[in-house]
Design a protein around this ligand. Structure first.
Ligand SMILES: [Zn+2]
Length: 243
């Protein structure tokens, strides 16, 4: 039987902006014959039913497991419940909001920008391969290489956002694929603001209109305050939402 949103009383939940999903600690409402009434499971923000369910007989064990998943850097289970679901919406937002503010860059300027972003964000600079325009641009995670076919600063910052976002995720999550998740979008906004000088509110408002920021109520920290030249890898433990 599939467990649905209405079947659980939510005791605590934690939002993950990479998966755009909630990790939920809940108690089953229905009079199930099973003694395992406590559940820790993931639910996509876009779906009604739960996935990757773990059942427990007592609340203490369930709570323990919930906290393990939230705080443990190894993240025993961290599903991407959907494929790269908002890729098109992110591209549309960039076309509409950013391309008018883009400027052309040559290879030398691209390398300077790449070094500057890497240095100021405290991460190892990726290698830049200057491709033909027809090739488009992409970030190869395994080789830490940006293949760059575009000729503008916004496109380079987009690829750098993939690099930085990846860098900010735990090392142990290296097998998590590159997507254009809400978490990615917040990172990209930061770079577009800082390195292309685009107004922060404008970026956020336009992204919110495009509905690519995930659960806004869970993103109250103003990321733009991230200090320069600091190792940004450890964002500290994420606090679960009180029940
Ligand atoms: Zn991308």
């Amino acid at each position: 039987m599939l467990l649905k949103k209405k079947d659980l009383t939510v005791l605590a939940q934690h939002y993950d902006s990479h998966a755009d999903s909630y990790l939920v600690l809940g108690k089953r409402k229905n009079r199930t014959k099973s003694l395992k009434r406590y559940v820790v499971a993931w639910r996509s923000r876009h779906r009604d039913q739960f996935a990757v369910c773990h059942y427990f007989t007592d609340s203490h064990s369930a709570e323990q497991y919930f906290n393990d998943v939230v705080y443990d850097e190894d993240r025993p289970d961290h599903p991407l419940l959907q494929k790269d679901w908002q890729k098109k919406a992110v591209y549309d937002w960039e076309q509409k909001t950013l391309i008018p503010h883009s400027r052309k860059i040559n290879e030398k300027q691209a390398r300077v920008l790449l070094q500057k972003v890497s240095r100021e964000c405290g991460m190892k600079s990726p290698r830049l391969v200057w491709d033909k325009p027809a090739e488009g641009s992409s970030y190869d995670i395994d080789d830490h290489v940006i293949h760059f076919g575009h000729r503008d600063n916004i496109s380079l910052l987009h690829e750098m956002a993939h690099v930085l976002y990846k860098h900010d995720l735990d090392e142990s999550e290296t097998d998590i694929p590159t997507t254009h998740s809400p978490g990615f979008v917040w990172t990209a906004i930061e770079l577009y603001h800082r390195y292309a000088g685009i107004n922060l509110n404008y970026l956020i408002i336009m992204a919110a209109q495009q509905n690519i920021l995930g659960d806004m109520s869970e993103h109250q920290i103003i990321f733009a305050e991230r200090p320069l030249q600091q190792n940004v890898k450890n964002n500290g433990p994420k606090k679960p939402k009180p029940p």
